[in-house]
Design a binder for this molecule. Structure first.
Ligand SMILES: NC(=O)c1ccc[n+]([C@@H]2O[C@H](COP(=O)([O-])OP(=O)(O)OC[C@H]3O[C@@H](n4cnc5c(N)ncnc54)[C@H](O)[C@@H]3O)[C@@H](O)[C@H]2O)c1
Length: 521
């Protein structure tokens, strides 16, 4: 195989162009013609269909997007054993050969971009721009980790002395269990799966119950690109399927992205006796992402960036802003301008070009955000509320800005994962940093300030995994903004960064005495 060209991010589509919109609309027609998609438990060459898990369009409860089988405990066991069996052959391939398959899978996604974006629009109510960006990110993960694994295979140089050879190399760990969320329904599972496969592990994927059809697309892309069927299995199902998978004694590595409580449960399970090796856990979890706005901030920059960070995809990005801490000198001006911007947000169906806020993923999510909205109204004040969407059809929640909350309000400290933004007044940026420091989450954060000394001070104190200065706080790009949280937001593994693959391998050092006495015949 020719050497891989240097990594570049996949360019997103320009949705303002009519031909691009037409291509996406054609993709949607093709997807709609195939609904409902049947998602099997897919282990090696065995496929079993079923109707245990049903995903529906969050904007139209009547539209069934996928019906999936739910993997049983026996099937979880079979999937892990099949993966363990396929591991020897897959791991024996040079990294460059594995990279060929991953790059081919990226090509598979590229050829089907419109249909895959349309599938995300239907299954997860991702607006077009977000859905396209998710497919691009999946492509990026494949291309980035393929190259990273080839580089990692070289090992690292060690100090050498005469008569001794020291070699450090990285070996795959075995079976990787991947458990993924629905909010980046192709990119996140593909990222974790691609990292495992690129480094020579065999992988079993448990996609989110809200997005099984997107999970199927991930596995199809890899298999049709030449990854052996034994090396990548699909186990649709609910939380119990994920729990059974991570508990399996043959699993060596668990790559999880999802909520904090589930991540903590998985970390505990990983330490249960009976496993053949210490299970390594890569966990990316929730956040309470704060944007700080200093008195000298440029509100022309801050307001649109905060609105984008808080309300795009209805606040359901793990990186979304949910709390703004603003200097008291400009608090009222900021709230007034945010209110004006929020009231004109276009709330609507994800398949309509140009909407700002789609419905949230499901009834539970809608009820959860409504509970926090009621609490915000009771404990503080609603400063702005946008349009309520189409409540008769989908799980819409009006985008909302809450103010004047008491410091102990759960609205200020708990992850809500919906279009509700809390704004609070602070005496200074240092006081704001004290409040950020009180949080147990540390995923993303933002700062708007013109004074470089303020920027420097916040950078020094900020605990978050990804801090954005004078810009929106969502939209991390593979290779440019390695992504992941600290504290209870994650194990600090940084997806899309230079160190990520190290979590899927174990280092081995070989020391050889190179002096030979006599001749070996
Ligand atoms: N830090 C990040 O990079 C990142 C990225 C995306 C989402 N998230 C977080 O994910 C959450 C939203 O996603 P979600 O609602 O799908 O999360 P979730 O934790 O409810 O589910 C995630 C996955 O875990 C599975 N699961 C549930 N219970 C399990 C158990 N006991 N054992 C094993 N697996 C189990 C689910 O079936 C699903 O596949 C938010 O908290 C968000 O912040 C974080």
């Amino acid at each position: 195989m020719a050497a891989l060209s240097p990594f570049v991010n996949e360019p997103i589509l320009e949705l303002r162009r009519a031909p691009i919109r037409e291509a996406l609309a054609a993709g949607m027609e093709a997807v709609d013609a195939r609904l409902p998609i049947r998602v099997p438990v897919w282990i090696g060459e065995d496929r079993r269909e079923g109707e245990d898990v049903v995903s529906t369009d969050p904007g139209n409860r009547e539209r069934v997007v996928a019906v999936a089988a739910s993997a049983t405990a026996d099937e979880v066991d079979a999937a892990v054993r099949t993966a363990a069996g396929a591991f020897a052959e897959w791991s024996a391939l040079p990294a460059a050969r594995r990279a060929e398959r991953l790059v081919a899978a990226a090509g598979w996604l590229r050829e089907r971009r419109a249909e895959l974006a349309a599938l995300e629009v239907r299954e997860c109510a991702k607006p077009w721009g977000e859905a396209d960006a998710d497919v691009c990110e999946a492509i990026d993960f494949l291309e980035f980790y393929a190259r990273g694994a080839v580089a990692l295979e070289e090992g690292k140089p060690l100090f050498q002395v005469p008569g001794e050879r020291n070699v450090l190399h990285y070996a795959p760990r075995g079976v990787v269990a991947v458990v993924s969320p629905w909010n980046f329904p192709i990119a996140i599972p593909m990222g974790m799966v691609a990292a495992g496969l690129a480094t020579g592990n065999a992988v079993v994927l448990k996609p989110a119950e809200q997005s099984p059809a997107c999970g199927l697309a991930v596995v199809r892309a890899l298999r049709e690109a030449g990854v052996p069927s034994g090396a990548i299995a699909l186990l649709p199902g609910e939380g119990e399927t994920g729990a059974a998978l991570v508990r399996h004694p043959e699993v060596a590595t668990i790559a999880f992205t999802g909520s904090g409580p589930v991540g903590l449960e998985i970390l505990k399970t990983a330490a249960e006796p009976g496993a053949r090796q210490l299970k390594r856990v890569v966990a990316e979890m929730g956040g309470k992402n704060c944007v700080l706005v200093d008195a000298d901030a440029d509100l022309d920059d801050a307001v649109p960036a905060i609105v984008e960070s808080a309300f795009i995809y209805a606040g359901q990005k793990c990186s979304a802003a949910s709390r703004v801490l603003v200097h008291e000198a400009i608090h009222d001006a900021l709230v007034e301008r945010l209110a004006g911007a929020v009231e004109v947000l276009v709330v609507g169906q994800a398949d309509t070009f140009g909407i700002d806020v789609p419905p949230v993923i499901e009834r539970d999510a809608q009820e959860c955000v409504e509970r926090y909205r009621a609490l915000a109204r009771e404990q503080g004040r609603i400063a702005a509320q946008g349009d309520g969407g189409e409540p008769d059809h989908g799980w819409f929640v009006a985008p909302t800005v809450a103010v004047d909350l008491p410091p102990e309000s759960p609205v200020l400290s708990e992850e809500i994962f919906g279009p509700l933004l809390a704004v609070e007044r602070v005496r200074s940026i240092d006081a704001a940093m004290d409040r950020v420091d009180e949080l147990s989450f540390a995923l993303t954060g933002g700062l708007f300030a013109r004074n470089p000394h303020t920027v420097e001070r916040v950078v020094r104190r900020s605990p978050v995994g990804n801090l954005y200065v004078n810009r929106a706080i969502t939209g991390a790009m593979v290779g440019r903004q390695p992504f992941g949280g600290n504290r209870l937001s994650g194990t600090g593994t940084k997806a899309g960064g230079p160190d990520y693959l190290l979590h899927f391998v174990e280092p081995r050092v070989v020391t050889e005495n190179t002096l030979r006495h006599g001749l070996v015949i």
